[in-house]
Each structure stands twice: as C-alpha cells, then as structure tokens.
Write a protein that binds this ligand. Structure first.
Ligand code: PMP
Ligand code: GLN
Length: 377
C-alpha cells in the first residue's frame, strides 16, 4: 500500500455491516435502505435491459439521464444546466467526488472540509495528493464559526468540499452559513464541490444548493446520486452539474477511473428523476416518520439524541465514552449495529462518544433495534 493510502483500512461501513451479519444484529449502521425504491424505476431498468441498452454508455452518460438531471435541477432548485456540456453521469457520488479532487487539485493543495466529514473525502483528498483543512462543526448545535472558516483558508487552498444535508450529523447548512461559504469562495477564488446526495431529505428546513448563491454557479461542481433518492444504493448511478470547463476537467479524470457505468440503470434513473412531485413529497414524509420513530425510541431508551434536520441519520451523544469500542461491542451485547462517529474527524477526540444510527429501515426493524437498545439500560 502506498504512503498516500496508509491508514485507510476497510471502511467503517463495511466493517460494521460484516459485524451485523456475523451477529445477526439489527443493522442501523451502514446507510442503505432495507426496502426497494419505486416500482416504475425498477421496471425501467428491466425494460432497458430487455430493450438492449447493455453496452457502454457515451462518456458523459446516456442523453435521457443528462436531460432528466437538467430538468430536475430546474424543477427543484431553479438551476439551468446544459445536458450536453454541463452534466456528467458517474459511478455514484463517490466517483464524482474522487474524480473531482483528482481533476481539480494539484499535489499539496489544501481542501477545506467541514468536520466531521464523510469517510471517502479524506481518502479522495489523499489520493489526489492534497491536504484536508478541517473546519469543525460545533459539537452541540452543529454551527460553523465564520472565523474558523476564514482561518482554514490559506494561499494553498484550492477547493471547498461541502456536504449538505450532512452525513453523519444530519445538519442542513443554513442560508446564512452557505452565503458565508460562498463569499469565502468568491473572495479567494476557490472551487466548490458540493455533495448533495440527501437533497430531498430535509424535514423542517430548506435545502439550498450552493450553486444558487451569487458568484457560485461558475465555480461549483454539484454532485448527487440516485442511491438515496430512489433507494437503489447498489446501482451506483450518480451525476455532477458544473460549468463546461470544470465538467470537462472532472470527466477527464472520470474516464480513466471507470470509463462509463451502468447503462440500463442510467435509463431507469432518468425515469426516477421525472417522477411527479407526489413521489418526492411522500419520500420525505415517510422518512420524517421513520426519523421521529427512531429519535423517540432512542430517547425512551435513555440516549441523548436530537432530531436531525436532514439525511437519514441520527446522532446519539454518549459523552465521555470510547464510541469505537462501544460500537464494536454493541452487536454482541445488544444485537444492534451503529457507526462510531469519531472516525469521521480529522481529530478523533473531537468526536469521542458520538454514535450514528441510520433510520433508512422499515418500521419493524427500527422497532426491533429500539427494543434491543432499551434492554441495555
Ligand atoms: N456522500 C455522502 C454524504 C454519502 O452519505 C454517501 C453514501 N451514500 C455518498 C456520498 C456515496 O454515494 P454513492 O453511493 O452514490 O457513491
Ligand atoms: N453512505 C453510506 C453511509 O454513510 C454508506 C456508503 C458506504 O458504505 N460507502 O452509511
């Protein structure tokens, strides 16, 4: 293993899902739904296969998907992108982010990231030879300190990597915070890569794509994915929207990572993105009720939890506890799997005692997890 990749063992999600299998535990760890997405979307993949869409897709993705992404960005966020030159299909959001970092960072460049951050960011930054510059979210209220944001920017900063709604905390960045981030990007001429895979999972607050802020459309690579929105995490279809120069740069890296990907699934995701508003409203309402179920259950079981504004994750604060040891022990002790959150910190001590539970699960599974956790008391 190269020095760039030292310290990157197996992802915490794969480790925790393996533990769940071994102990037949209720898996509230890795974020994947235990139910299927909309029937029309699943059928569309089968139809695409039957219709012979089984060979390499064009480099930027099949045209119906790029057109559907453009229509979706316009319908939900009022953003206009040209499907020909500004949209690229990728192997999930993971590839879009990794290829973005490869394409846009020079060796030694600094990348501003909000801590805690999704596990692939640190590896993607390392593989690009870049260096993370973390801005911590406040442990209790998840706010960002504008002074800390400005202090994280140096002459070597190239890019800001944002994730809102935010995994693992469930934070949805406020309009004011995003305006501040946008102002810093414009002032220092930085590129933004924004991971918006949970764009449709906000509960009582609005999601604002960073590209909608003044001066940002021309410097932002917006990334999303079908995995969450259509409950098809195994399909690995994602996309990015960016001005032509940035889109071309990312495509240059992407084409030598996976070349292209998942032709029939791209056709099916195009169908998903065009589903009516009712689909997206029901999707959000279903997740709101799952959120409330898990948050109430965990609170009753004695955990210190607060309802997240977005995503399908809730954080419990165990205080001065080794969250990694606690999570490694939990499957055997309680028959439940959760994810230790300190692994998402550049400085793990700052996340000590935080544990993430996923609620992308059927009610019966959430209830089983809750009742097992109640017995821990
Ligand atoms: N970003 C975030 C914040 C995520 O939670 C995930 C996990 N779904 C991903 C990226 C990866 O998405 P994909 O499976 O589409 O690569
Ligand atoms: N994004 C999912 C999570 O946060 C997992 C994806 C993965 O296992 N890489 O749980």
């Amino acid at each position: 293993l190269t020095s760039r990749l030292q310290g990157f063992g197996t992802t915490v999600f794969a480790q925790m899902s393996a533990l769940a299998e071994r102990h037949r535990a209720v898996n509230l760890g890795q974020g994947f739904p235990d139910f299927d997405g909309p029937g029309e979307v699943l059928e569309a993949a089968i139809t695409a296969i039957r219709e012979g869409h089984n060979q390499y897709a064009p480099g930027p993705g099949v045209a119906p998907l790029r057109e559907a992404v453009a229509a979706h960005q316009q319908r939900f966020w009022g953003l206009d992108y040209d499907p020909e030159s500004e949209i690229i299909a990728t192997a999930g959001a993971t590839e879009a982010i990794c290829a973005g970092l490869q394409a846009l960072c020079e060796v030694g460049d600094e990348v501003v990231v909000f801590e805690p951050f999704y596990d692939s960011y640190r590896a993607g930054i390392a593989m690009a030879g870049a260096v993370p510059s973390p801005v911590p979210l406040d442990r209790r209220d998840l706010a960002i300190d504008p002074a800390a944001l400005r202090a994280a920017v140096s002459p070597k900063t190239r890019l800001v990597l944002l994730n809102s709604p935010h995994n693992p905390t469930g934070k949805v960045f406020t309009r004011e915070e995003l305006a501040e981030i946008a102002a810093v990007c414009v002032e220092h001429d930085l590129i933004a890569v924004t991971d918006e895979v949970y764009e449709h999972l906000t509960f009582d607050v609005a999601h604002h794509p960073l590209a909608t802020f003044p001066g940002m459309r021309e410097r932002t690579v917006t990334v999303s994915s079908a995995g969450k929105t259509f409950s098809v995490t195994g399909w690995k279809i994602g996309w990015l929207c960016a001005p032509p120069d940035l889109a071309n740069a990312v495509r240059t890296a992407k084409q030598f990572m996976t070349f292209v990907n998942g032709t029939p699934f791209q056709y099916a995701v195009a169908v998903g993105l065009a589903l009516d508003d009712e689909y997206f409203a029901n999707y959000r309402a279903d997740y709101r009720s799952r959120r409330d179920r898990l948050v109430e259950g965990l609170a009753t079981a004695g955990f210190d939890v607060r309802p997240p504004d977005g995503t399908y994750f809730v954080t419990a604060d165990l205080g001065d506890t080794d969250d990694v040891a606690w999570c490694l022990d939990l499957p055997e002790r309680a028959g439940v799997v959760a994810v230790p959150q300190s692994v998402f910190y550049a400085e793990p001590a700052r996340g000590r005692g935080l544990v993430r539970f996923a609620f992308c699960k059927t009610d019966a599974v959430l209830d089983a997890g809750i009742s097992r956790l109640e017995r821990l008391r």
